[in-house]
Design a protein around this ligand. Structure first.
Ligand code: APR
Length: 237
Protein backbone atom coordinates (compact mmCIF):
# COMPACT_ATOMS: atom_id res chain seq x y z
CA UNK A 1 0.00 0.00 0.00
CA UNK A 2 1.36 3.40 -0.84
CA UNK A 3 0.56 6.30 1.40
CA UNK A 4 -0.17 9.69 -0.09
CA UNK A 5 1.55 11.34 2.91
CA UNK A 6 4.88 10.23 4.30
CA UNK A 7 5.21 12.44 7.38
CA UNK A 8 1.99 12.64 9.33
CA UNK A 9 1.71 14.72 12.51
CA UNK A 10 -1.48 14.58 14.59
CA UNK A 11 -2.31 16.88 17.52
CA UNK A 12 -5.12 15.90 19.86
CA UNK A 13 -6.99 17.83 22.54
CA UNK A 14 -9.72 17.12 25.05
CA UNK A 15 -12.31 16.72 22.28
CA UNK A 16 -10.99 13.30 21.25
CA UNK A 17 -11.64 11.98 24.77
CA UNK A 18 -15.05 13.64 25.09
CA UNK A 19 -16.73 10.69 23.35
CA UNK A 20 -15.20 8.44 26.02
CA UNK A 21 -16.85 10.52 28.75
CA UNK A 22 -13.97 12.75 29.88
CA UNK A 23 -14.96 16.44 30.25
CA UNK A 24 -13.28 18.98 28.03
CA UNK A 25 -11.96 22.20 29.55
CA UNK A 26 -13.94 24.94 27.85
CA UNK A 27 -17.15 23.32 26.77
CA UNK A 28 -20.50 23.27 28.53
CA UNK A 29 -19.82 22.24 32.20
CA UNK A 30 -16.15 21.93 31.27
CA UNK A 31 -13.40 21.45 33.82
CA UNK A 32 -12.63 25.15 33.95
CA UNK A 33 -16.24 26.01 34.69
CA UNK A 34 -15.77 24.76 38.25
CA UNK A 35 -12.28 26.08 38.92
CA UNK A 36 -10.09 29.09 38.29
CA UNK A 37 -7.21 27.84 36.14
CA UNK A 38 -4.63 29.62 38.30
CA UNK A 39 -6.00 27.88 41.42
CA UNK A 40 -5.64 24.29 40.16
CA UNK A 41 -3.32 24.40 37.13
CA UNK A 42 -0.42 26.67 38.03
CA UNK A 43 2.72 26.38 40.19
CA UNK A 44 1.43 29.36 42.24
CA UNK A 45 -1.86 27.56 42.87
CA UNK A 46 0.00 24.46 44.06
CA UNK A 47 2.18 26.53 46.39
CA UNK A 48 -0.90 28.38 47.70
CA UNK A 49 -3.18 25.39 48.26
CA UNK A 50 -1.53 22.01 47.51
CA UNK A 51 -4.48 20.05 48.92
CA UNK A 52 -6.93 21.68 46.46
CA UNK A 53 -4.61 20.96 43.52
CA UNK A 54 -3.89 17.39 44.63
CA UNK A 55 -7.61 16.68 45.06
CA UNK A 56 -8.40 18.17 41.58
CA UNK A 57 -5.97 15.77 39.94
CA UNK A 58 -6.86 12.85 42.23
CA UNK A 59 -10.46 13.09 40.98
CA UNK A 60 -9.29 13.11 37.34
CA UNK A 61 -6.79 10.27 37.94
CA UNK A 62 -9.45 8.20 39.72
CA UNK A 63 -11.70 8.53 36.66
CA UNK A 64 -9.06 6.68 34.61
CA UNK A 65 -9.54 3.61 36.85
CA UNK A 66 -13.27 3.49 36.07
CA UNK A 67 -13.91 0.23 34.20
CA UNK A 68 -16.51 2.07 32.09
CA UNK A 69 -13.90 4.50 30.73
CA UNK A 70 -12.51 3.23 27.42
CA UNK A 71 -10.76 4.56 24.34
CA UNK A 72 -13.24 5.39 21.55
CA UNK A 73 -12.99 4.71 17.77
CA UNK A 74 -11.11 7.98 17.35
CA UNK A 75 -8.27 6.76 19.60
CA UNK A 76 -8.19 3.33 17.90
CA UNK A 77 -8.15 4.85 14.41
CA UNK A 78 -5.00 6.82 15.30
CA UNK A 79 -3.25 3.69 16.57
CA UNK A 80 -4.16 1.91 13.31
CA UNK A 81 -3.00 4.72 11.02
CA UNK A 82 0.28 4.86 12.93
CA UNK A 83 0.90 1.17 12.15
CA UNK A 84 -0.10 1.59 8.48
CA UNK A 85 2.06 4.68 8.09
CA UNK A 86 5.14 3.02 9.62
CA UNK A 87 4.54 -0.18 7.58
CA UNK A 88 4.57 1.96 4.43
CA UNK A 89 7.92 3.45 5.43
CA UNK A 90 6.40 6.75 6.56
CA UNK A 91 6.75 8.79 9.73
CA UNK A 92 3.87 9.23 12.22
CA UNK A 93 3.94 11.47 15.29
CA UNK A 94 1.01 11.78 17.69
CA UNK A 95 1.24 14.82 19.96
CA UNK A 96 -1.41 14.99 22.66
CA UNK A 97 -2.34 17.82 25.01
CA UNK A 98 -4.40 15.29 26.95
CA UNK A 99 -3.20 13.79 30.21
CA UNK A 100 -5.54 10.78 30.21
CA UNK A 101 -4.22 7.35 29.20
CA UNK A 102 -6.64 6.62 26.35
CA UNK A 103 -4.15 6.92 23.47
CA UNK A 104 -1.81 4.48 25.25
CA UNK A 105 -4.70 2.08 25.95
CA UNK A 106 -5.74 2.25 22.28
CA UNK A 107 -2.23 1.13 21.28
CA UNK A 108 -0.57 4.34 20.10
CA UNK A 109 3.21 3.94 20.43
CA UNK A 110 4.70 7.16 19.05
CA UNK A 111 2.89 9.41 21.50
CA UNK A 112 4.24 12.72 22.81
CA UNK A 113 2.33 13.75 25.94
CA UNK A 114 3.29 17.42 25.84
CA UNK A 115 1.22 18.40 28.91
CA UNK A 116 2.31 15.43 31.03
CA UNK A 117 0.20 12.54 32.31
CA UNK A 118 -2.23 12.00 35.18
CA UNK A 119 -0.80 8.56 36.00
CA UNK A 120 2.62 9.96 36.82
CA UNK A 121 4.05 11.95 39.76
CA UNK A 122 6.93 14.39 39.53
CA UNK A 123 9.73 15.30 41.92
CA UNK A 124 9.94 19.11 41.59
CA UNK A 125 13.65 19.14 42.50
CA UNK A 126 15.09 16.37 40.32
CA UNK A 127 12.46 16.47 37.56
CA UNK A 128 12.15 12.69 37.86
CA UNK A 129 8.69 11.30 37.04
CA UNK A 130 7.39 8.02 38.46
CA UNK A 131 4.29 5.98 37.60
CA UNK A 132 1.44 6.88 39.95
CA UNK A 133 -2.06 5.48 39.43
CA UNK A 134 -3.59 6.02 42.90
CA UNK A 135 -4.27 9.21 44.87
CA UNK A 136 -1.32 11.59 45.30
CA UNK A 137 -1.50 13.25 48.69
CA UNK A 138 0.43 15.57 50.98
CA UNK A 139 3.19 13.52 52.52
CA UNK A 140 3.80 11.45 49.36
CA UNK A 141 7.48 12.15 48.91
CA UNK A 142 10.12 11.35 46.33
CA UNK A 143 12.85 8.80 46.96
CA UNK A 144 15.36 10.46 44.65
CA UNK A 145 16.48 13.28 46.95
CA UNK A 146 17.82 13.70 50.46
CA UNK A 147 15.86 15.16 52.15
CA UNK A 148 12.93 13.90 50.04
CA UNK A 149 10.53 16.33 48.39
CA UNK A 150 6.74 16.47 48.21
CA UNK A 151 5.71 14.93 44.90
CA UNK A 152 3.43 16.95 42.55
CA UNK A 153 1.21 15.93 39.62
CA UNK A 154 3.31 15.34 36.47
CA UNK A 155 1.19 17.91 34.61
CA UNK A 156 2.56 20.89 32.67
CA UNK A 157 0.81 23.84 34.32
CA UNK A 158 0.15 27.29 32.92
CA UNK A 159 3.38 29.24 32.85
CA UNK A 160 5.47 26.06 32.53
CA UNK A 161 7.24 24.80 29.40
CA UNK A 162 5.56 21.82 27.70
CA UNK A 163 7.49 18.56 27.35
CA UNK A 164 9.31 17.50 24.17
CA UNK A 165 8.97 20.81 22.30
CA UNK A 166 12.11 20.03 20.27
CA UNK A 167 10.62 16.76 19.03
CA UNK A 168 7.29 18.46 18.28
CA UNK A 169 8.86 21.25 16.21
CA UNK A 170 11.11 18.80 14.33
CA UNK A 171 8.09 16.66 13.42
CA UNK A 172 6.14 19.72 12.26
CA UNK A 173 9.01 21.04 10.13
CA UNK A 174 9.05 17.74 8.22
CA UNK A 175 5.29 17.19 8.06
CA UNK A 176 3.39 16.79 4.81
CA UNK A 177 0.10 16.27 6.65
CA UNK A 178 -0.96 17.89 9.96
CA UNK A 179 -4.28 16.96 11.57
CA UNK A 180 -5.59 18.73 14.70
CA UNK A 181 -8.34 16.81 16.49
CA UNK A 182 -10.65 18.08 19.25
CA UNK A 183 -8.69 21.12 20.34
CA UNK A 184 -9.99 24.67 20.72
CA UNK A 185 -6.60 26.10 19.73
CA UNK A 186 -6.65 28.51 22.67
CA UNK A 187 -3.47 27.41 24.45
CA UNK A 188 0.01 27.97 23.01
CA UNK A 189 2.43 26.58 21.95
CA UNK A 190 0.12 23.77 20.71
CA UNK A 191 -2.26 26.32 19.16
CA UNK A 192 0.60 27.53 16.93
CA UNK A 193 1.47 24.08 15.55
CA UNK A 194 -0.83 24.60 12.55
CA UNK A 195 1.20 27.70 11.60
CA UNK A 196 4.44 25.69 11.70
CA UNK A 197 2.82 22.96 9.58
CA UNK A 198 1.54 25.51 7.07
CA UNK A 199 5.03 27.04 6.90
CA UNK A 200 6.43 23.56 6.18
CA UNK A 201 4.02 23.27 3.25
CA UNK A 202 1.96 20.51 4.88
CA UNK A 203 -1.70 19.97 4.17
CA UNK A 204 -3.47 21.04 7.38
CA UNK A 205 -6.82 19.60 8.48
CA UNK A 206 -8.95 20.24 11.54
CA UNK A 207 -11.39 17.64 12.88
CA UNK A 208 -13.62 19.20 15.51
CA UNK A 209 -17.25 19.58 16.55
CA UNK A 210 -16.96 23.15 15.35
CA UNK A 211 -14.46 25.09 13.25
CA UNK A 212 -11.93 27.20 15.13
CA UNK A 213 -10.49 30.48 13.87
CA UNK A 214 -7.12 28.94 12.97
CA UNK A 215 -5.82 28.73 9.39
CA UNK A 216 -6.40 25.12 8.26
CA UNK A 217 -6.65 24.03 4.61
CA UNK A 218 -9.70 22.01 5.56
CA UNK A 219 -12.10 21.78 8.53
CA UNK A 220 -14.28 18.70 8.96
CA UNK A 221 -16.99 19.11 11.58
CA UNK A 222 -18.23 16.20 13.63
CA UNK A 223 -17.63 14.06 16.67
CA UNK A 224 -14.11 12.60 16.84
CA UNK A 225 -15.40 9.06 17.35
CA UNK A 226 -16.99 9.33 13.88
CA UNK A 227 -14.91 11.76 11.82
CA UNK A 228 -11.45 10.48 12.84
CA UNK A 229 -11.96 6.88 11.61
CA UNK A 230 -13.68 8.17 8.45
CA UNK A 231 -10.92 10.65 7.66
CA UNK A 232 -8.08 8.16 8.04
CA UNK A 233 -9.95 5.31 6.31
CA UNK A 234 -10.26 7.55 3.24
CA UNK A 235 -6.60 8.49 3.55
CA UNK A 236 -5.48 4.88 3.60
CA UNK A 237 -7.95 3.67 0.95
N1 APR B 1 -15.38 15.52 18.98
C1 APR B 1 -14.53 16.42 18.45
N2 APR B 1 -14.25 17.61 19.04
C2 APR B 1 -14.87 17.87 20.20
C3 APR B 1 -15.78 16.98 20.82
C4 APR B 1 -16.02 15.75 20.15
N3 APR B 1 -16.88 14.85 20.65
N4 APR B 1 -16.23 17.55 21.98
C5 APR B 1 -15.62 18.75 22.09
N5 APR B 1 -14.81 18.95 21.01
C6 APR B 1 -13.94 20.10 20.74
C7 APR B 1 -14.50 21.44 21.14
O1 APR B 1 -15.22 22.01 20.05
C8 APR B 1 -13.22 22.24 21.44
O2 APR B 1 -12.73 22.85 20.26
O3 APR B 1 -12.80 19.90 21.54
C9 APR B 1 -12.23 21.16 21.89
C10 APR B 1 -11.99 21.17 23.38
O4 APR B 1 -11.35 22.38 23.68
P1 APR B 1 -10.74 22.61 25.13
O5 APR B 1 -11.76 22.20 26.15
O6 APR B 1 -10.18 23.99 25.15
O7 APR B 1 -9.57 21.54 25.25
P2 APR B 1 -8.10 21.62 24.63
O8 APR B 1 -8.11 22.35 23.33
O9 APR B 1 -7.55 20.25 24.67
O10 APR B 1 -7.34 22.53 25.73
C11 APR B 1 -5.96 22.68 25.53
O11 APR B 1 -5.84 23.87 27.62
O12 APR B 1 -6.73 23.92 29.69
C12 APR B 1 -5.59 23.62 29.00
O13 APR B 1 -3.88 22.10 29.48
C13 APR B 1 -5.23 22.17 29.15
O14 APR B 1 -4.47 20.61 27.47
C14 APR B 1 -5.45 21.59 27.77
C15 APR B 1 -5.28 22.82 26.87
Amino acid sequence: MTLKYKNIVVLTGAGISADSGISTFRGQDGLWENHRIQDVASPEGFAENPELVLSFYNLRREQLLDSELKPNPGHYALAEVELACLAAGGQFTLISQNVDNLHQRAGSQRLISMHGQLQSALCPASGQAIDWTGPLNLGDKCNCCQPSNQLRPDIVWFGEVPYYMGECMEALENADLFVAIGTSGQVYPAAGFVDAANAAGARTVELNLEKTSHDFDEAIEGSAAEVVPDFFENLLA
